[in-house]
Ligand binder design. Structure first.
Ligand code: PEP
Ligand code: MN
Length: 377
């Protein structure tokens, strides 16, 4: 693994576009037709808090056959948005052809989507197309939780000479059931920011939440964590949206979400209490995630219990537990956690898991089990 490259990137206010924190990027998931694009843009202009108008032209959809975006035809609609509202425009690029088309059309900023970031071939092709071109690019996290792929994409663009770079956290696809469409796994953007403090970080609560209800709380969490701004999906009539209908806000609902948010200062004003507050917010956030993950783990344990019962297999599988424990201990050593702590923590999880699988009291199930004794595992 090469040592991580320092990224010398510029803050929003040095991008020469008049951007300021908190940066609000908003607009429909997809540009569907000229009217829909103009209706969204005019509503956002009237609200006054959006600085950059977003709309996807080439839509990466999970399966073929659904709406795949307006394509090049939508470039003229974005030009019209800029002309008539003064809003800056941004769209997603996934290929050098998209880049060329956007540059020719004078689109102000580009973003790389979550399905492109994890593919170094595509990111390099985009970086090559951008070599020597100075346009701001936002890089969404890869769809899978891998910090190196996210950083790697930023580094490829950085090597191509781009300095107006920022990251967008849009959550991660995860096999566990979570209350989100894409699990926020805040530890990833936090680690990215810790490694590159100068990198501006936006949050896309729309793709994390996947439905309108959780957008405000996700957005607030991001602001509490010191994110520099938000990217949100807003559609004049979400019920008619041709992509991501469940998560798009009406302009009115978008206004209400913004009204309810507490925008934090980019940097603490001064003094230790601000810093303490900031660190406590981080701890609260991580504790909440730990609780959520434990809940999901127990749900899965119950399902495994059902499966074992159906197939008449014993609940307790000592070798399996030994493998889990050993893996966790290796990870713990890597993370600088004490062995005793990790053993105790994992044993407690195991006890609860077994109890959920059997419905019996954990003590009863585990008496005499060598696999969970803190010395033997
Ligand atoms: C989008 O912003 O509409 C989009 C496709 O996002 P993501 O790449 O994060 O899924
Ligand atoms: Mn979308």
């Amino acid at each position: 693994m090469p040592a991580s490259t320092a990224l010398s990137v510029l803050p929003f206010d040095a991008w020469g576009l008049g951007l300021s924190r908190p940066l609000v990027v908003a607009g429909p998931c997809s540009a569907e037709d000229e009217q829909q694009v103009m209706d969204a843009a005019l509503a956002l202009k009237a609200d006054g808090r959006t600085q950059v108008f977003r709309a996807g032209l080439w839509k990466p959809r999970t399966r073929p056959g659904s709406f795949e975006g307006a394509g090049d035809a939508g470039l003229a609609w974005l030009q019209r948005v800029k002309r008539e509202t003064g809003l800056l425009t941004i769209t997603e690029v996934a290929t050098p052809q998209h880049v060329e088309a956007c540059l020719a059309a004078g689109i102000d900023l580009l973003w790389i989507g979550a399905r492109t970031t994890p593919n170094p071939f595509s990111v390099q092709a985009i970086a090559d197309a951008l070599n020597g071109v100075d346009i701001p690019v936002l890089v969404k996290n890869p769809i899978n939780p891998d910090l190196h792929l996210w950083t790697g994409a930023l580094e490829r663009l950085h090597r191509a000479g781009l300095r107006r770079l920022a990251a967008v956290h849009r959550g991660f696809s995860w096999f566990e059931r979570t209350p989100y469409r894409n699990s926020p796994m805040w530890e990833f953007p936090i680690r990215l920011k810790a490694a590159h403090p100068e990198l501006e970080l936006l949050c896309d609560p729309s793709h994390i939440a996947g439905s309108t209800e959780r957008i405000a709380s996700v957005a607030q969490q991001a602001l509490d964590l010191g994110f520099s701004g938000l990217m949100m999906e807003v559609h004049p009539d979400p019920s008619l949206a041709r992509s991501d209908a469940d998560q798009q806000l009406t302009p009115a609902a978008f206004g209400e979400v913004l009204d309810g948010l507490i925008f934090r200062l980019a940097a603490p004003t001064a003094g230790m209490s601000d810093r303490l507050e900031e660190l406590r917010d981080l701890i609260d956030q991580l504790d909440e995630e730990i609780a959520q993950k434990l809940g999901t783990r127990m749900d899965i344990a119950e399902r495994i219990g059902d499966h074992k019962r159906t197939h008449n297999v014993a609940i307790l599988q000592p070798e399996r537990w030994e493998r889990i424990m050993n893996r966790q201990l290796r990870l713990a050593a890597h993370l600088g956690l004490s062995e005793a702590f990790v053993r105790e923590f994992m044993d407690a999880i195991h006890r609860e898991s077994i109890q959920r699988q059997t419905g019996d009291s954990a003590e009863q199930v585990l008496v005499g089990s060598p696999s969970i004794s803190s010395k033997n595992a």
